[in-house]
Design a protein around this ligand. Structure first.
Ligand code: ZN
Length: 171
């Protein structure tokens, strides 16, 4: 039962009870008085049930309101946080969201995962190893090699040199 239906039913039941009570004044026969009193009691029980149903409906509405209010606040907070990020292209074809600290904000500049950002989730890209330049998202499969082109070439040169040295040692 919704709240308005409950209130309407409660008013209707109260009106019936009042009509029955006022009809008692005009009766002189005790048996008719008893019959009406039983009817009054039944109407009061019915009224009490309708009030309980209405109270439960009101509680449900208050819970839904509370949940919606909390969801709305979370959404507003999330959108505020998302506005602190700017889409950047650190390397051609690679797009990340970079944190833009406002004045007085000590939060270090960091990058957020572009996949998760699309779902309004801020997932800070992390480097699993201290010296590694590969950063990845702890929530999805996204990862990114943050080395510069020169660093990649230097690492490749060192790797090839290491392979060449190990082959020289074998033979
Ligand atoms: Zn992600």
């Amino acid at each position: 039962m919704d709240i308005l239906t409950g209130i309407t039913a409660g008013i209707s039941s109260t009106t019936s009870v009042l009509k029955l009570v006022s009809s008692i004044k005009e009766l002189s026969d005790d048996s008719k008085v008893n019959t009406i009193m039983i009817e009054v009691q039944n109407n009061i029980i019915d009224l009490q049930q309708k009030l309980l149903d209405t109270q439960q409906s009101a509680n449900r509405v208050l819970e839904e309101r509370s949940t919606l209010k909390r969801d709305l606040e979370e959404e507003v907070n999330k959108n505020c946080l998302l506005q602190n990020y700017l889409l950047v292209e650190p390397r051609s074809g690679i797009f990340l969201y970079q944190y833009q600290p406002i004045e007085g904000d000590d939060t270090p500049v960091h990058y957020a995962c572009p996949n998760c950002f699309g779902g309004k989730v801020i997932s800070i890209l992390q480097s699993p190893e201290t010296e590694s330049k590969r950063i990845s998202c702890p929530k999805c499969e996204f990862s990114y090699d943050s080395r510069t082109k020169e660093e990649v070439e230097e690492d490749d040169r060192r790797f090839n040199q290491m392979v060449s040295d190990s082959q020289t040692l074998r033979f």
